[in-house]
Design a protein around this ligand. Sequence first.
Ligand code: ARG
Length: 570
Amino acid sequence: MSSLYHTLETRLRQAFDALSPGADPVLRPSERADFQANGALGLAKVLGQSPREVASLVVATLDISDLGEIEIAGPGFINIRVDAAVMGERLRLLLDDERLGSAPREPRRVVIDYSAPNVAKEMHVGHLRSTVIGDCLARVHRFVGDTVIARNHVGDWGTPFGMLIEHLIDLGEADAIASLSVGDLDSFYRAARFKFEGDETFRERSRARVVALQGGDPETRRLWQLLVDQSVAYFSEVYAALDVLLTPQDVVGESSYNDQLEAVVEDLDRQGLLVESHGAQCVFPPGFAGRDGEPQPLIVRKSDEGFGYAATDLAAVRDRVSRLGANEIYYVVGAPQVQHFQMIFAVARLAGWLPDSVHCEHVAFGSVLGPDRKMFKTRSGETIKLSALLEDATDRARTELAQRRPEQSSTEREALARDVARAAIKYADLSTDRQRDYVFDLDRMISAEGDTGPYLQYAHARIRAVFRRAGQEVPRGVTPTIAEPAERALALGILAWPDAVSAALSSSQPHRLCGYLFDLAQRFSTFYEECPVLSAPDDIRDSRLVIIELTARILALGLSLLGIAAPEQM
Ligand code: ARG
């Protein structure tokens, strides 16, 4: 069954279309009616009639008598009020549907490129965003039935590996591994860089080492692999701490495309797309100009014969379409790389590697800012470690729990504190429009009030507490009665769940899901103030138990799609 909103919208479109093909009415949930349609005003000019006249023409063909009533309001708005019995019936059906009304779609093969930290470097907050947003998108796509192939495009190749390997040799393998496994990747990297900048012989060794690496020298490859393995092990710890679904199997780093790079260049050359410019092999996709207005090249092979970031990404698109059979490809990468991806997609389309039937999108996101509204860094200008953020948040949650729930066992408290901490950090990231920057403010993020992860967890746990107090499960075979305004508002909220999933899916915007859940939790809160549950007469009590059960299930399911746990008790 399609959602209430979707059904109404389809019928409304048909009615408008009959009057003027291509008319674009907008249907919105509304406070006064349940839904309000807008569009008669625009059509009035086209048809040369008053908006109210247009509205009555629409209403004459719009048949929703099975769902509710229509009324024309104000200058030509069409208000729709849904029949309470229709809502009750729909709610009854949802009780047996673990998807809560959101039907799966025709499954698609979806590749999501996310997280992508760099070997021997600390993950910065940008990688945090990519990881958390990508994980949410992966969960949403899986929920609607898609086959999701995660690609962790780890930066594991390129010139810095010369100095990193030489530094590893200087330290000795055992010490190098020890220093990398405490997760102090940045000091390892910095030490290598420091020598590279100050020491000419080290620089020479590093250069020779890059050549050996590219030439496939076995010992060099072994040392390189050590660096990669240590870093991937560290990333996996971060993923586990964050409770994201990425595994080491999803790591398909830049280096894994090495043996396809020649073929990429040959193919471009054969198609006449390759142009030599300043000694480099380039493609000039139409429509890209630099600041000076000159055509902008995508450098596929550098003048030193080396391949770079772009060549690897071209090989990756090709592989994702032809071998993995992707119908959709998403790149969850920061906004500064927008031009890079536009050019990659343009060249891949030109080369015929990316057919029109494949949807390819850069899911760009903004920056995380510190309290001073500048890039979020430590006071000494270093990358903030994710583990430190999580620890801070966990400490806060633990302290708060110790005060509020002194009877709790320490294992219980620890688990809950972690769930709350993750909820705080992930939700803050997911709930802003991803394109925008946001300020990292732990006080706000972890608060149980306002638009926060912990607030949603509380709303869910509050409902579970009602059932614990009632000492019963949700009653079966009950059709809820929708009478009170707060009941109606909550019922409409519940019935809008499928629309929230579709909105998040089609826009790759987790905040659409967050916004919906926050709104639902607020509707619940009002309902709970105005409509007694356990003290109501039996039939009303049962009806309301069904309504709050559905609310709790949607909150838990919605949070799970955000990658956030919904504890039974808080
Ligand atoms: N490793 C890169 C970075 O840290 C991100 C890679 C994103 N994915 C890609 N296919 N280019 O900025």
